[in-house]
Design a protein around this ligand. Structure first.
Ligand SMILES: *Cc1c(COP(=O)(O)O)cnc(C)c1O
Length: 398
């Protein structure tokens, strides 16, 4: 078995994916970030500070919960959740935002920049920057600003500068361009905090490392509580950070099957999906090589999912490599199955999941019924559904 924990190589490649497909000036800046990260992460000052924040600020370790009633209703395998929804700010994103903000601060950067779609990354980053006293600027499309009111309000309260993006589609894609332009004005003093395991090297590696605490905890907790490893570990995949965070610690366990669940949106046979690993082709996007959903000219397609956090035309390079190696299987779940799982989990267990996480729950429910009661599935419940509650209630006329 290939030891993928040693990835990426020194140029940031996972197999043929990843790298730094960016102008030479920026390659130098990215390499400086990589070197600073390598230096800092070995120091006990950095490790102690992050460990302390994880415990006392985020509330780690997050528990593993056996969803007894859900498992019984589905019939078959026993279903467990790694409760990242219980973290401060309500999702796994705080894990890498704290790491990135801490690194930016240690590097003496004066401003942290990012784009946000639904506002989840924006809120987590604004939270980390408020805590660390570092200036934060978030670019967000005007249409998203109107749609995502609670997150917009939170970012304002947290004191970050919110820049409305009025050009083009007025959504995520143009917010990326806008934030990146601002970053290029002073990349020496600014830090672009990428929100998933995507972008140029070293971000896919760094964000993975910060998220891998999820799998480290989960593997030890599961072994201790169940006396064996789970048969399957599973997570939803947008850019891929919560999935790789759970998977990394299990990669060398040959007995553990891994499944990443992508959004099939309104169906794989319609243009309204974001099932990148299922339907995409190889190409370059946002500074790295990956599978992506693109048109004949290599331009990213306007993707769609009911869960805005999964709505991305590319995917992390390590996932592309794991797919080609056959180590992880990537499947997809459509909006309807996602909504069903959202309601079933809410009403059987009293846990309202994020619509993103509900994709993984839906796929687990689908396969659990054909498994036996001594088999187990561990799902990364990446976030809570507060942000989605009004939308779902309206959609289902509750
Ligand atoms: C952003 C988000 C995701 C998708 O991002 P990944 O990088 O694929 O993990 C999944 N779940 C929640 C709750 C999110 O906020």
């Amino acid at each position: 078995m290939i030891d993928t924990s040693l990835m990426p190589d020194e140029n940031g490649y996972f197999g043929e994916y990843g790298g730094q497909i960016i102008p030479p000036e920026l390659i130098q800046i990215m390499n400086e970030i990589n070197d600073a990260y390598d230096e800092i992460r070995q120091t006990s000052a950095f490790q102690d500070e992050l460990a302390d924040l994880n415990e006392h600020y985020v509330g780690r370790p997050s528990p593993i919960y056996y969803a007894k009633k859900l498992s019984k209703q589905v019939g078959g395998a026993r279903i467990f959740f790694k409760r990242e929804d219980l973290n401060h700010t309500g999702a796994h994103k705080i894990n890498h935002c704290l790491g990135e903000a801490l690194l930016a601060k240690h590097m003496g950067k004066t401003k942290v920049l990012a784009e946000t779609g639904a506002g989840q990354h924006g809120v987590a980053l604004a939270t980390a920057c408020a805590l660390m006293d570092i200036e934060c600027e978030i670019h967000m499309g005007e249409i998203d600003i109107e749609k995502e009111h609670p997150n917009v309000t939170k970012m304002k309260i947290l004191g970050c500068k919110l820049v409305p993006v009025t050009r083009g589609t007025k959504t995520l894609k143009d917010a990326v361009d806008s934030a990146f332009e601002e970053y290029l004005k002073d990349p020496v003093n600014y830090f672009y905090a990428i929100g998933s395991v995507v972008g140029p090297h070293p971000f896919p590696r760094m964000v993975r490392d910060f998220q891998s605490i999820v799998g480290k905890e989960a593997r030890a907790q599961f072994l201790e509580e169940q006396g064996k490893l789970p048969d399957i570990v599973m997570a939803c995949v947008g850019g891929g950070s919560n999935a790789i965070g759970l998977f990394t610690e299990f990669l060398q366990d040959e007995s553990v099957e891994m499944i990443g669940v992508e959004p099939a949106g309104k169906g794989l046979d319609t243009p309204d999906n974001a099932a990148t690993l299922t339907l995409g082709s190889k190409g370059a996007l946002h500074g790295f090589k990956c599978y992506n959903l693109q048109d004949d000219n290599g331009e990213p397609l306007p993707v769609y999912s009911i869960a805005s956090g999964l709505d991305y035309p590319g995917v992390g390079p390590q996932h592309c490599y794991l797919k080609d190696l056959g180590r992880v299987r990537y499947e997809s779940v459509d909006d309807k199955a996602c909504l069903d799982a959202f309601m079933i989990l809410s009403r059987t267990e009293g846990i309202i999941p994020a619509l993103e996480s509900a994709h993984a729950v839906a796929y687990a429910m689908d396969i659990a019924k054909d498994m036996s009661a001594d088999q187990t599935i561990l799902i990364n419940l990446s976030g809570r559904g507060d942000k989605d509650a009004d939308f779902v209630a309206e959609r289902l006329s509750l």
